[in-house]
Design a binder for this molecule. Structure first.
Ligand code: 5AD
Ligand code: SF4
Length: 467
Protein backbone atom coordinates (compact mmCIF):
# COMPACT_ATOMS: atom_id res chain seq x y z
CA UNK A 1 0.00 0.00 0.00
CA UNK A 2 1.18 3.48 -0.77
CA UNK A 3 0.22 6.56 1.16
CA UNK A 4 -0.99 8.90 -1.48
CA UNK A 5 -2.21 11.89 0.55
CA UNK A 6 -2.55 14.42 -2.19
CA UNK A 7 -4.75 17.01 -3.76
CA UNK A 8 -6.29 16.81 -7.21
CA UNK A 9 -5.88 19.41 -9.85
CA UNK A 10 -4.67 22.88 -10.57
CA UNK A 11 -5.79 26.37 -9.73
CA UNK A 12 -8.51 27.73 -11.98
CA UNK A 13 -9.76 31.26 -12.34
CA UNK A 14 -12.96 32.83 -13.68
CA UNK A 15 -16.58 32.08 -12.80
CA UNK A 16 -16.16 28.33 -12.51
CA UNK A 17 -16.87 26.74 -9.15
CA UNK A 18 -13.79 25.62 -7.29
CA UNK A 19 -13.43 22.03 -6.19
CA UNK A 20 -10.79 20.93 -3.70
CA UNK A 21 -10.28 17.20 -3.21
CA UNK A 22 -7.86 15.78 -0.69
CA UNK A 23 -7.05 12.10 -1.03
CA UNK A 24 -5.87 9.96 1.87
CA UNK A 25 -4.69 6.36 1.83
CA UNK A 26 -4.49 3.91 -1.03
CA UNK A 27 -4.42 4.08 -4.82
CA UNK A 28 -8.08 3.05 -4.96
CA UNK A 29 -8.86 6.40 -3.37
CA UNK A 30 -6.67 8.18 -5.92
CA UNK A 31 -8.71 6.55 -8.67
CA UNK A 32 -12.00 7.45 -6.93
CA UNK A 33 -10.93 11.08 -6.43
CA UNK A 34 -10.08 11.40 -10.07
CA UNK A 35 -13.45 9.95 -11.05
CA UNK A 36 -15.24 12.33 -8.66
CA UNK A 37 -13.47 15.32 -10.23
CA UNK A 38 -14.53 13.99 -13.65
CA UNK A 39 -18.16 13.62 -12.52
CA UNK A 40 -18.27 17.18 -11.25
CA UNK A 41 -16.66 18.82 -14.27
CA UNK A 42 -19.89 18.98 -16.30
CA UNK A 43 -21.48 20.75 -13.31
CA UNK A 44 -18.97 23.57 -13.64
CA UNK A 45 -16.52 22.47 -10.96
CA UNK A 46 -12.84 22.89 -11.73
CA UNK A 47 -10.16 21.33 -9.56
CA UNK A 48 -8.29 23.76 -7.33
CA UNK A 49 -5.23 23.12 -5.19
CA UNK A 50 -6.36 25.29 -2.29
CA UNK A 51 -9.22 24.67 0.11
CA UNK A 52 -9.60 28.18 1.53
CA UNK A 53 -11.88 29.62 -1.17
CA UNK A 54 -13.30 26.38 -2.59
CA UNK A 55 -17.03 26.03 -3.29
CA UNK A 56 -16.85 22.32 -2.60
CA UNK A 57 -14.30 20.51 -0.46
CA UNK A 58 -14.17 16.71 -0.58
CA UNK A 59 -12.02 14.74 1.82
CA UNK A 60 -11.64 11.27 0.35
CA UNK A 61 -10.67 9.43 3.48
CA UNK A 62 -8.90 6.28 4.69
CA UNK A 63 -9.86 4.22 7.73
CA UNK A 64 -7.13 1.59 7.64
CA UNK A 65 -5.22 2.85 10.67
CA UNK A 66 -6.25 5.16 13.48
CA UNK A 67 -3.78 7.87 12.47
CA UNK A 68 -5.23 8.16 8.97
CA UNK A 69 -8.77 8.45 10.33
CA UNK A 70 -7.85 11.04 12.99
CA UNK A 71 -6.03 13.18 10.41
CA UNK A 72 -9.40 13.73 8.73
CA UNK A 73 -10.82 15.35 11.85
CA UNK A 74 -7.84 17.65 12.27
CA UNK A 75 -8.11 18.65 8.58
CA UNK A 76 -11.84 19.24 9.04
CA UNK A 77 -11.09 21.65 11.88
CA UNK A 78 -8.88 23.69 9.54
CA UNK A 79 -11.40 23.63 6.69
CA UNK A 80 -14.19 24.71 9.00
CA UNK A 81 -12.36 28.03 9.50
CA UNK A 82 -12.30 28.57 5.72
CA UNK A 83 -16.00 27.83 5.54
CA UNK A 84 -16.82 30.29 8.33
CA UNK A 85 -14.71 32.99 6.69
CA UNK A 86 -16.30 32.37 3.30
CA UNK A 87 -19.79 32.60 4.77
CA UNK A 88 -18.83 35.83 6.54
CA UNK A 89 -17.80 37.20 3.16
CA UNK A 90 -21.23 36.26 1.77
CA UNK A 91 -20.16 33.07 -0.01
CA UNK A 92 -20.83 29.38 0.59
CA UNK A 93 -18.72 26.29 0.95
CA UNK A 94 -19.99 22.72 0.99
CA UNK A 95 -17.89 20.16 2.82
CA UNK A 96 -18.10 16.45 1.99
CA UNK A 97 -16.46 13.52 3.73
CA UNK A 98 -16.11 10.61 1.31
CA UNK A 99 -14.29 7.28 1.37
CA UNK A 100 -13.76 4.72 4.09
CA UNK A 101 -14.06 6.93 7.19
CA UNK A 102 -17.44 8.05 5.83
CA UNK A 103 -18.45 4.44 5.28
CA UNK A 104 -17.31 3.29 8.71
CA UNK A 105 -18.43 6.22 10.83
CA UNK A 106 -21.47 7.48 8.90
CA UNK A 107 -23.56 9.86 10.92
CA UNK A 108 -20.97 9.94 13.72
CA UNK A 109 -19.01 12.32 11.53
CA UNK A 110 -21.87 14.81 11.74
CA UNK A 111 -21.85 14.50 15.51
CA UNK A 112 -18.15 15.27 15.74
CA UNK A 113 -18.18 17.81 12.89
CA UNK A 114 -21.70 19.25 12.46
CA UNK A 115 -20.54 21.70 9.77
CA UNK A 116 -20.03 18.79 7.32
CA UNK A 117 -22.74 18.82 4.61
CA UNK A 118 -22.33 15.44 2.95
CA UNK A 119 -21.08 12.05 4.06
CA UNK A 120 -20.83 9.29 1.47
CA UNK A 121 -19.00 6.00 1.15
CA UNK A 122 -16.80 4.70 -1.67
CA UNK A 123 -19.68 2.87 -3.32
CA UNK A 124 -22.00 5.84 -3.72
CA UNK A 125 -19.97 8.68 -5.17
CA UNK A 126 -21.44 8.15 -8.63
CA UNK A 127 -24.53 9.86 -7.13
CA UNK A 128 -22.47 12.94 -6.27
CA UNK A 129 -24.13 15.32 -8.76
CA UNK A 130 -27.53 14.41 -7.30
CA UNK A 131 -26.23 14.74 -3.72
CA UNK A 132 -24.88 18.21 -4.44
CA UNK A 133 -28.17 19.29 -5.95
CA UNK A 134 -29.97 17.98 -2.87
CA UNK A 135 -27.50 19.61 -0.50
CA UNK A 136 -28.08 23.04 -2.04
CA UNK A 137 -31.87 22.58 -2.35
CA UNK A 138 -32.66 21.07 1.00
CA UNK A 139 -31.47 22.04 4.43
CA UNK A 140 -30.95 18.49 5.73
CA UNK A 141 -27.66 16.63 5.59
CA UNK A 142 -26.78 14.03 3.04
CA UNK A 143 -25.72 10.59 4.20
CA UNK A 144 -25.14 7.88 1.56
CA UNK A 145 -23.38 4.74 2.65
CA UNK A 146 -25.02 1.80 0.89
CA UNK A 147 -23.11 -0.83 -1.02
CA UNK A 148 -23.72 -0.88 -4.74
CA UNK A 149 -20.36 -1.35 -6.42
CA UNK A 150 -21.81 -2.72 -9.66
CA UNK A 151 -24.14 0.23 -9.94
CA UNK A 152 -21.23 2.61 -9.36
CA UNK A 153 -19.18 1.13 -12.18
CA UNK A 154 -22.19 1.03 -14.51
CA UNK A 155 -22.99 4.66 -13.87
CA UNK A 156 -19.58 6.30 -14.05
CA UNK A 157 -19.05 8.25 -17.28
CA UNK A 158 -17.18 6.41 -20.05
CA UNK A 159 -14.83 9.28 -20.60
CA UNK A 160 -12.04 10.28 -18.28
CA UNK A 161 -9.09 12.60 -18.61
CA UNK A 162 -5.56 11.27 -18.81
CA UNK A 163 -2.88 13.21 -16.98
CA UNK A 164 0.55 12.07 -18.05
CA UNK A 165 1.19 8.62 -19.47
CA UNK A 166 0.16 6.22 -16.75
CA UNK A 167 -3.14 5.72 -14.96
CA UNK A 168 -4.91 3.62 -12.38
CA UNK A 169 -7.92 1.58 -13.43
CA UNK A 170 -9.99 -0.12 -10.75
CA UNK A 171 -10.88 -3.67 -11.79
CA UNK A 172 -12.05 -5.12 -8.50
CA UNK A 173 -13.31 -3.76 -5.22
CA UNK A 174 -13.94 -5.08 -1.76
CA UNK A 175 -12.67 -8.08 0.13
CA UNK A 176 -14.09 -11.28 1.58
CA UNK A 177 -10.92 -12.35 3.38
CA UNK A 178 -11.68 -10.76 6.76
CA UNK A 179 -8.15 -10.54 8.08
CA UNK A 180 -8.76 -9.89 11.76
CA UNK A 181 -6.89 -6.57 11.81
CA UNK A 182 -8.51 -5.03 8.75
CA UNK A 183 -11.47 -2.70 8.19
CA UNK A 184 -11.60 -3.11 4.42
CA UNK A 185 -14.28 -5.85 4.29
CA UNK A 186 -16.50 -3.53 6.34
CA UNK A 187 -15.79 -0.27 4.49
CA UNK A 188 -15.46 -1.52 0.91
CA UNK A 189 -17.84 -4.45 1.17
CA UNK A 190 -17.69 -7.84 -0.48
CA UNK A 191 -15.45 -8.70 -3.38
CA UNK A 192 -16.81 -7.54 -6.75
CA UNK A 193 -14.99 -7.77 -10.09
CA UNK A 194 -15.72 -5.42 -12.99
CA UNK A 195 -16.63 -7.02 -16.32
CA UNK A 196 -13.77 -7.54 -18.78
CA UNK A 197 -15.54 -5.43 -21.42
CA UNK A 198 -15.84 -2.39 -19.13
CA UNK A 199 -12.19 -2.56 -18.11
CA UNK A 200 -11.03 -3.03 -21.70
CA UNK A 201 -13.13 -0.07 -22.83
CA UNK A 202 -11.62 2.16 -20.14
CA UNK A 203 -8.07 1.09 -20.98
CA UNK A 204 -8.67 1.52 -24.74
CA UNK A 205 -10.15 4.96 -24.20
CA UNK A 206 -7.10 5.99 -22.15
CA UNK A 207 -4.68 4.41 -24.63
CA UNK A 208 -6.26 6.49 -27.40
CA UNK A 209 -5.33 9.54 -25.31
CA UNK A 210 -1.70 8.46 -24.95
CA UNK A 211 -1.68 6.01 -22.03
CA UNK A 212 1.45 3.86 -21.96
CA UNK A 213 1.21 2.23 -18.54
CA UNK A 214 -1.80 1.03 -16.59
CA UNK A 215 -1.95 -0.11 -12.98
CA UNK A 216 -4.92 -2.38 -12.37
CA UNK A 217 -6.30 -1.79 -8.90
CA UNK A 218 -8.20 -3.88 -6.42
CA UNK A 219 -8.11 -4.49 -2.68
CA UNK A 220 -7.61 -8.11 -3.68
CA UNK A 221 -6.69 -7.60 -7.27
CA UNK A 222 -5.53 -11.15 -7.93
CA UNK A 223 -8.88 -12.51 -6.74
CA UNK A 224 -10.22 -10.94 -9.94
CA UNK A 225 -12.63 -13.27 -11.70
CA UNK A 226 -15.14 -12.51 -14.42
CA UNK A 227 -16.79 -14.04 -17.45
CA UNK A 228 -14.66 -14.11 -20.56
CA UNK A 229 -15.90 -11.57 -23.14
CA UNK A 230 -18.51 -12.41 -25.77
CA UNK A 231 -21.02 -13.91 -23.35
CA UNK A 232 -18.52 -16.00 -21.46
CA UNK A 233 -17.22 -18.19 -24.31
CA UNK A 234 -13.89 -19.18 -22.86
CA UNK A 235 -15.29 -19.64 -19.35
CA UNK A 236 -14.24 -17.59 -16.40
CA UNK A 237 -11.15 -15.42 -16.49
CA UNK A 238 -8.74 -14.65 -13.70
CA UNK A 239 -6.25 -11.80 -13.57
CA UNK A 240 -3.74 -13.67 -15.75
CA UNK A 241 -6.20 -13.88 -18.65
CA UNK A 242 -7.29 -10.29 -18.17
CA UNK A 243 -3.70 -9.07 -18.30
CA UNK A 244 -2.95 -11.03 -21.48
CA UNK A 245 -6.10 -9.56 -23.02
CA UNK A 246 -5.23 -5.98 -22.08
CA UNK A 247 -1.69 -6.47 -23.36
CA UNK A 248 -3.24 -6.47 -26.86
CA UNK A 249 -4.51 -2.88 -26.51
CA UNK A 250 -2.69 -0.71 -29.05
CA UNK A 251 -0.32 1.82 -27.57
CA UNK A 252 -0.25 0.25 -24.12
CA UNK A 253 3.26 -0.88 -23.18
CA UNK A 254 3.20 -1.64 -19.50
CA UNK A 255 0.78 -3.33 -17.13
CA UNK A 256 1.00 -3.47 -13.36
CA UNK A 257 -1.46 -4.61 -10.71
CA UNK A 258 -1.87 -4.11 -6.99
CA UNK A 259 -2.62 -5.33 -4.24
CA UNK A 260 -2.34 -9.12 -4.34
CA UNK A 261 -3.05 -11.76 -1.72
CA UNK A 262 -0.70 -14.77 -1.43
CA UNK A 263 -3.66 -17.17 -1.49
CA UNK A 264 -4.82 -15.88 -4.88
CA UNK A 265 -1.48 -16.08 -6.72
CA UNK A 266 -2.78 -18.77 -9.08
CA UNK A 267 -0.91 -20.67 -11.78
CA UNK A 268 -2.48 -18.56 -14.55
CA UNK A 269 -1.19 -15.33 -13.08
CA UNK A 270 2.25 -16.74 -12.33
CA UNK A 271 2.49 -17.99 -15.92
CA UNK A 272 1.51 -14.54 -17.20
CA UNK A 273 4.27 -13.00 -15.09
CA UNK A 274 6.72 -15.28 -16.85
CA UNK A 275 5.38 -14.91 -20.38
CA UNK A 276 3.77 -11.52 -20.89
CA UNK A 277 6.49 -8.95 -21.58
CA UNK A 278 4.15 -6.03 -20.96
CA UNK A 279 3.56 -7.20 -17.41
CA UNK A 280 6.16 -5.39 -15.32
CA UNK A 281 8.48 -7.38 -13.03
CA UNK A 282 7.19 -5.92 -9.78
CA UNK A 283 4.85 -7.65 -7.38
CA UNK A 284 3.35 -6.24 -4.21
CA UNK A 285 2.53 -9.33 -2.18
CA UNK A 286 1.80 -8.51 1.48
CA UNK A 287 2.52 -11.20 4.06
CA UNK A 288 2.09 -9.11 7.26
CA UNK A 289 4.09 -11.46 9.50
CA UNK A 290 6.46 -14.43 9.28
CA UNK A 291 4.90 -16.22 12.26
CA UNK A 292 2.49 -19.07 11.51
CA UNK A 293 0.83 -18.52 14.88
CA UNK A 294 0.07 -14.90 13.98
CA UNK A 295 -0.85 -15.67 10.36
CA UNK A 296 -3.50 -17.91 11.86
CA UNK A 297 -4.66 -15.32 14.38
CA UNK A 298 -4.81 -12.80 11.54
CA UNK A 299 -6.96 -15.22 9.51
CA UNK A 300 -4.62 -14.92 6.54
CA UNK A 301 -5.32 -18.48 5.44
CA UNK A 302 -1.73 -19.45 4.61
CA UNK A 303 1.55 -20.22 6.33
CA UNK A 304 4.95 -18.57 6.01
CA UNK A 305 6.20 -21.62 4.09
CA UNK A 306 3.35 -21.29 1.59
CA UNK A 307 4.25 -17.64 1.01
CA UNK A 308 7.90 -18.53 0.44
CA UNK A 309 6.88 -21.27 -2.01
CA UNK A 310 4.79 -18.77 -3.96
CA UNK A 311 7.76 -16.38 -4.16
CA UNK A 312 9.96 -19.24 -5.35
CA UNK A 313 7.48 -20.18 -8.09
CA UNK A 314 7.28 -16.59 -9.24
CA UNK A 315 11.06 -16.18 -9.25
CA UNK A 316 11.41 -19.36 -11.27
CA UNK A 317 9.40 -17.84 -14.11
CA UNK A 318 10.57 -14.23 -13.62
CA UNK A 319 13.96 -14.27 -11.89
CA UNK A 320 14.42 -10.50 -11.88
CA UNK A 321 11.07 -9.73 -10.22
CA UNK A 322 11.07 -7.02 -7.55
CA UNK A 323 9.06 -8.16 -4.54
CA UNK A 324 7.31 -5.68 -2.30
CA UNK A 325 5.26 -6.34 0.82
CA UNK A 326 3.27 -5.02 3.75
CA UNK A 327 4.10 -5.86 7.36
CA UNK A 328 2.34 -5.37 10.66
CA UNK A 329 4.29 -5.52 13.92
CA UNK A 330 2.69 -5.78 17.33
CA UNK A 331 -0.42 -7.72 16.40
CA UNK A 332 -2.04 -9.10 19.61
CA UNK A 333 -0.06 -12.03 20.98
CA UNK A 334 3.15 -11.26 19.07
CA UNK A 335 6.12 -12.37 21.16
CA UNK A 336 9.85 -12.15 20.42
CA UNK A 337 9.84 -15.51 18.62
CA UNK A 338 7.02 -14.36 16.32
CA UNK A 339 8.81 -11.15 15.54
CA UNK A 340 12.08 -12.97 14.83
CA UNK A 341 10.13 -15.18 12.41
CA UNK A 342 9.11 -12.02 10.53
CA UNK A 343 12.73 -10.84 10.41
CA UNK A 344 13.79 -14.25 9.12
CA UNK A 345 11.10 -14.28 6.43
CA UNK A 346 12.26 -10.85 5.29
CA UNK A 347 15.85 -12.10 5.08
CA UNK A 348 14.68 -15.12 3.08
CA UNK A 349 12.68 -13.08 0.56
CA UNK A 350 14.85 -10.00 0.03
CA UNK A 351 12.40 -7.16 -0.61
CA UNK A 352 12.91 -4.42 -3.18
CA UNK A 353 10.47 -2.22 -1.28
CA UNK A 354 8.00 -2.57 1.57
CA UNK A 355 5.51 -0.83 3.80
CA UNK A 356 5.53 -1.62 7.49
CA UNK A 357 3.17 -0.52 10.22
CA UNK A 358 2.51 -0.81 13.92
CA UNK A 359 -0.70 -2.70 14.54
CA UNK A 360 -3.54 -0.23 14.96
CA UNK A 361 -6.64 -1.37 16.84
CA UNK A 362 -9.62 -0.78 14.56
CA UNK A 363 -13.07 -0.67 16.15
CA UNK A 364 -15.33 -3.51 15.04
CA UNK A 365 -12.53 -5.82 13.84
CA UNK A 366 -11.83 -9.07 15.75
CA UNK A 367 -8.24 -8.00 16.48
CA UNK A 368 -9.44 -5.01 18.49
CA UNK A 369 -10.94 -7.22 21.20
CA UNK A 370 -8.18 -9.85 21.28
CA UNK A 371 -6.28 -10.37 24.50
CA UNK A 372 -2.52 -9.74 24.74
CA UNK A 373 -2.48 -6.37 23.00
CA UNK A 374 1.12 -5.25 22.62
CA UNK A 375 2.48 -2.19 24.41
CA UNK A 376 3.36 0.81 22.23
CA UNK A 377 7.12 0.91 23.09
CA UNK A 378 7.49 -2.74 22.07
CA UNK A 379 5.72 -2.08 18.78
CA UNK A 380 7.98 0.90 18.17
CA UNK A 381 11.18 -1.01 18.89
CA UNK A 382 10.15 -3.88 16.60
CA UNK A 383 9.08 -1.56 13.82
CA UNK A 384 12.41 0.26 14.00
CA UNK A 385 14.37 -2.99 13.68
CA UNK A 386 12.21 -4.23 10.82
CA UNK A 387 12.45 -0.95 8.95
CA UNK A 388 16.25 -0.91 9.19
CA UNK A 389 16.35 -4.36 7.58
CA UNK A 390 13.81 -3.45 4.87
CA UNK A 391 15.67 -0.23 4.09
CA UNK A 392 18.97 -2.14 3.73
CA UNK A 393 17.28 -4.56 1.34
CA UNK A 394 15.79 -1.72 -0.69
CA UNK A 395 19.17 -0.01 -0.97
CA UNK A 396 20.89 -3.21 -2.02
CA UNK A 397 18.21 -3.85 -4.66
CA UNK A 398 18.74 -0.31 -5.96
CA UNK A 399 22.52 -0.53 -5.87
CA UNK A 400 22.34 -3.75 -7.87
CA UNK A 401 20.87 -1.72 -10.76
CA UNK A 402 24.04 0.38 -11.16
CA UNK A 403 25.62 -0.29 -14.52
CA UNK A 404 22.42 -1.78 -15.98
CA UNK A 405 20.48 -0.25 -18.81
CA UNK A 406 16.81 -0.06 -17.89
CA UNK A 407 13.86 0.98 -20.03
CA UNK A 408 12.41 4.01 -18.24
CA UNK A 409 8.99 5.47 -18.99
CA UNK A 410 9.58 9.21 -18.73
CA UNK A 411 6.66 10.74 -16.85
CA UNK A 412 7.45 14.32 -15.88
CA UNK A 413 10.07 17.01 -15.62
CA UNK A 414 12.55 16.58 -12.79
CA UNK A 415 13.42 19.09 -10.09
CA UNK A 416 16.52 20.30 -11.90
CA UNK A 417 16.33 22.00 -15.30
CA UNK A 418 16.90 19.65 -18.20
CA UNK A 419 15.98 16.63 -16.12
CA UNK A 420 13.16 14.13 -16.64
CA UNK A 421 11.86 11.60 -14.13
CA UNK A 422 10.29 8.27 -14.92
CA UNK A 423 9.81 4.74 -13.66
CA UNK A 424 11.95 1.68 -14.18
CA UNK A 425 10.20 -1.68 -14.74
CA UNK A 426 10.77 -2.28 -11.00
CA UNK A 427 8.82 0.88 -10.12
CA UNK A 428 11.90 2.81 -9.04
CA UNK A 429 11.92 6.54 -9.78
CA UNK A 430 14.75 7.25 -12.24
CA UNK A 431 15.97 10.71 -13.16
CA UNK A 432 18.22 11.59 -16.07
CA UNK A 433 19.17 14.61 -18.16
CA UNK A 434 16.98 14.26 -21.21
CA UNK A 435 15.24 16.42 -23.78
CA UNK A 436 11.64 17.27 -22.99
CA UNK A 437 10.37 15.63 -26.16
CA UNK A 438 11.18 12.29 -24.56
CA UNK A 439 8.31 12.69 -22.11
CA UNK A 440 5.95 9.76 -22.56
CA UNK A 441 8.70 7.69 -24.19
CA UNK A 442 10.36 4.57 -22.88
CA UNK A 443 14.03 5.50 -22.91
CA UNK A 444 17.02 3.19 -22.33
CA UNK A 445 18.79 4.67 -19.32
CA UNK A 446 22.07 3.51 -17.89
CA UNK A 447 21.84 3.59 -14.09
CA UNK A 448 24.85 5.37 -12.59
CA UNK A 449 23.78 6.36 -9.11
CA UNK A 450 21.35 5.63 -6.26
CA UNK A 451 19.77 8.18 -3.93
CA UNK A 452 17.53 7.28 -0.97
CA UNK A 453 14.34 7.20 -3.03
CA UNK A 454 15.44 7.24 -6.64
CA UNK A 455 18.05 6.20 -9.15
CA UNK A 456 20.16 8.51 -11.28
CA UNK A 457 20.94 7.63 -14.86
CA UNK A 458 22.03 8.84 -18.26
CA UNK A 459 20.68 8.06 -21.67
CA UNK A 460 22.24 4.86 -22.89
CA UNK A 461 23.93 4.86 -26.27
CA UNK A 462 21.50 4.16 -29.13
CA UNK A 463 21.19 0.47 -29.88
CA UNK A 464 22.27 -0.52 -26.40
CA UNK A 465 20.77 -3.74 -25.11
CA UNK A 466 18.13 -3.28 -22.41
CA UNK A 467 18.47 -5.16 -19.12
N1 5AD B 1 -3.04 -1.86 11.68
C1 5AD B 1 -1.87 -1.71 11.01
N2 5AD B 1 -1.75 -1.91 9.70
C2 5AD B 1 -2.84 -2.32 9.02
N3 5AD B 1 -3.02 -2.62 7.73
C3 5AD B 1 -4.31 -2.94 7.55
N4 5AD B 1 -4.98 -2.87 8.71
C4 5AD B 1 -4.09 -2.49 9.65
C5 5AD B 1 -4.15 -2.26 11.03
N5 5AD B 1 -5.29 -2.42 11.72
C6 5AD B 1 -1.94 -2.63 6.76
C7 5AD B 1 -1.69 -4.03 6.20
C8 5AD B 1 -2.28 -3.94 4.81
C9 5AD B 1 -2.03 -2.49 4.48
C10 5AD B 1 -2.87 -1.95 3.39
O1 5AD B 1 -2.28 -1.80 5.67
O2 5AD B 1 -0.31 -4.26 6.15
O3 5AD B 1 -1.69 -4.82 3.89
FE1 SF4 C 1 -7.79 -6.30 4.47
FE2 SF4 C 1 -6.98 -8.84 4.49
FE3 SF4 C 1 -8.82 -8.04 2.71
FE4 SF4 C 1 -6.26 -7.23 2.47
S1 SF4 C 1 -7.00 -9.35 2.33
S2 SF4 C 1 -8.12 -5.96 2.28
S3 SF4 C 1 -5.65 -7.00 4.59
S4 SF4 C 1 -9.08 -8.11 4.92
Amino acid sequence: MTDTSDTVGKQQTGSVKKLFIKTYGCQMNVYDSERMAGLLKPLGYAASDTANDADLVILNTCHIREKAAEKVYSDLGRIRKFKTQKERDGGTMKIAVAGCVAQAEGSEIKTRAPFVDMVFGPQTYHRLPEMIARASREKGDILETDFAVEEKFDTLPNQRELKGYSAFVTIQEGCDKFCTFCVVPYTRGEEVSRPVEAITAEVRMLAAKGLREVTLLGQNVNAYHAQAPHGGIGGEWGLGELVRHLAKVDGLDRIRFTTSHPRDMDAGLIAALGEEPKLMPYLHLPVQTGSDKLLKAMNRGHTAAHYLQQIEKIRTVRPDIAISGDFIVGFPGEDDTDFEATMQLVRNVGYASAFSFKYSRRPGTPGASMLKQIAEPIKEARLARLQILLEEQKQSFNTAQIGKILPVLMEKKGRNPGQLVGRSPYLQAVHAELAENLLGQIVPVEIVDTLSNSLGGRRAIPGAVLA
